[in-house]
Design a protein around this ligand. Structure first.
Ligand code: GRG
Length: 322
């Protein structure tokens, strides 16, 4: 399986151009905004969402250059959510470095997140498409709803798998969906084609988060660039734990129930319960099913090299380790 960088080689020139737009647009006269903006943007995110917007527009034959700005907008919104999320989750490590909240404090992180979010919408006005504005404003609303739903689910072992999946679709998959849909809108394709792109993005984004949730128990801190066990510490009922609650032995169910209710569960003990219930396999299979649906949605698209890349990108979500 090729690495993400290898996979994205055919759009390397566009990715570089997006990087330039991102840097040019971090142009506030307020020094702290530039400092934190440079810190987080320069810390090496995977840029998978902007890649998705670029690939989607290319798959539909878009010839202009607004896709570069929209890819930057999408990365700004993603970065704003990370800045806010790390404050909410009290995370201290991201992309292999101290989080912005750890370095500069919670207030500065939240406020620079607000800046990036607002700057994204300012840039979007220049794109001058009401359809794009509609998609992105709805997406950011839904992402926020997802985060609030997740907050309401914390420390609740009675969350259903459907409730968990709703959070996943809202907080993570929605931005993937929007990125793919925006590419199609820029290319001015038919409504059914836009829908096919959005469906692809939604399923791919869902797979991405399911894998994120299993990596929180099985990844490697060094590779992942963030601390393992954050979800357990926070008492988040993610799919690996929900599966133990569904099929685990009585003792393991009690252990996991208590870990969710009280937070700060014993990582090793819970990881063993997860192994006994084969809950990582279960989570991976759920992610695989989402990737299959993502690839199925692509059948609507005309055959091309880019369509093949989109198929591979969906598959990459399953094999990623960072
Ligand atoms: C500012 C619109 C707005 C909303 C705030 C806090 C919040 C509401 C939303 C947080 C949503 C969130 C962070 C979901 C998790 C998504 C996720 C798996 C992020 C990690 O993405 P990667 O791995 O990160 O693509 P890199 O570092 O590669 O960019």
């Amino acid at each position: 399986m090729p690495s993400l960088n290898e996979l994205l080689k055919p759009i390397n020139a566009d990715m570089q151009a997006v990087d330039q737009v991102i840097r040019d647009c971090l142009d506030s006269e307020v020094v702290l905004i530039r400092t934190i903006g440079d810190y987080i943007i320069g810390s090496g995110g995977k840029r998978i969402r902007p890649a998705l917007a670029l690939l989607s527009s290319r798959a539909f034959g878009y010839q202009g250059n607004q896709h570069l700005k929209m890819a930057a907008v999408i990365e700004f919104i993603h970065t704003a959510t990370l800045l806010h999320d790390d404050v909410v989750d009290e995370s201290s490590l991201r992309r292999g470095r101290s989080t912005a909240n750890e370095m500069f404090g919670n207030a500065a992180s939240v406020l620079v997140g607000d800046y990036l979010y607002s700057r994204a919408f300012e840039m979007m006005v220049e794109v001058d498409s009401m359809a794009v504005m509609q998609v992105m404003s709805q997406a950011t609303k839904v992402i926020s709803e997802g985060e609030v739903l997740q907050l309401m689910n914390v420390n609740d072992p009675n969350v259903t798998q459907e409730g968990y999946l709703q959070v996943v679709r809202f907080k993570t998959a929605k931005l993937f969906e929007a990125a793919a849909r925006v590419g199609a809108i820029l290319a001015n394709v038919s409504e059914p084609m836009q829908e096919a792109a959005a469906t692809y993005g939604r399923h791919m984004g869902t797979a991405f988060q399911l894998v994120d949730d299993l990596l929180d128990y099985s990844g490697d801190t060094q590779t992942l660039g963030k601390t393992l066990g954050d979800d357990l510490r926070e008492g988040k009922a993610t799919l690996p734990l929900l599966h133990v609650l569904a099929v685990g032995n009585t003792q393991d169910q009690a252990l996991v129930r208590q870990a969710i209710e009280k937070g700060d569960g014993d990582f090793d003990a819970v990881a063993q319960a997860i192994m006994r219930a084969d809950a990582l396999t279960y989570t991976r299979q759920a992610a695989e099913a989402e990737v299959t649906l993502a690839i199925e949605a692509l059948s609507e698209l005309p055959d091309s090299e880019t369509k093949y890349l989109l198929q591979q990108l969906a598959g990459h979500c399953l094999t990623r380790n960072q």
